[in-house]
Ligand binder design. Structure first.
Ligand code: ADP
Length: 165
């Protein structure tokens, strides 16, 4: 039984993440999408909101679970009895940081392997930051995120605007 974890902030989830998730789910018995609840960062969406948007986006894929986590990824992997961590690589700029993280995690727990999936070309430019920047200025994000996520982003932007008025 191969149980893998795909960790990330997913703030918000994009078609790039969903592509990696679907491809990873086809390779393993169970894929746990771990939504990082990091108190040091101020995300646009709370961990609960990000879990909700991911569950909705992945509802048709049976072997995928979505759970929030805090602290060390390796501790979460042990807790879930997972032997694999999946990460996505978009460009060479992702590589250095991902290599450091994979090597650190391997030192902390040699039984957990990090496996990299390379982005599908059409999503190579896509990041949560780009989506937030475009949405912030009222641009069209429909080609970057699913409809349900687009709606949540628009609602969040309106909420923020009304707070600042
Ligand atoms: P983190 O804060 O952990 O970097 P992200 O939500 O930005 O979390 O990304 C989670 C994972 O998904 C990372 O491995 C990242 O490289 C990968 N990823 C993000 N966007 C894409 C994309 N467009 N194509 C492929 N992989 C991606």
């Amino acid at each position: 039984m191969i149980r893998a974890i795909y960790p990330g902030s997913f703030d918000p989830v994009t078609y790039g993440h969903l592509d990696i998730m679907k491809r990873a789910a086809a390779l393993v018995d169970e894929l746990i999408v771990g939504v990082l609840n990091n108190n040091a960062k101020t995300p646009l969406f709370s961990a609960e909101e990000r879990v909700r948007m991911l569950k909705d986006a992945m509802k048709d894929i049976e072997n995928v679970k979505v759970l929030p986590f805090e602290g060390l990824l390796i501790d979460f992997a042990k807790q879930m009895d997972a032997c694999m961590v999946i990460r996505g690589l978009r460009a060479i700029t992702d590589f250095e940081n991902e290599l450091k993280m994979a090597q650190t995690n391997h030192k902390l727990s040699p039984k957990v392997e990090t496996v990299f999936l390379t982005t599908s070309l059409e999503h190579a430019y896509l990041s949560s930051t780009v989506v937030k920047e475009v949405a912030c200025f009222g641009g069209d994000i429909s080609q970057f995120v699913p409809k349900s996520v687009e709606k949540m982003i628009q609602e969040k932007m309106m909420e923020k605007e009304s707070v600042h008025q």
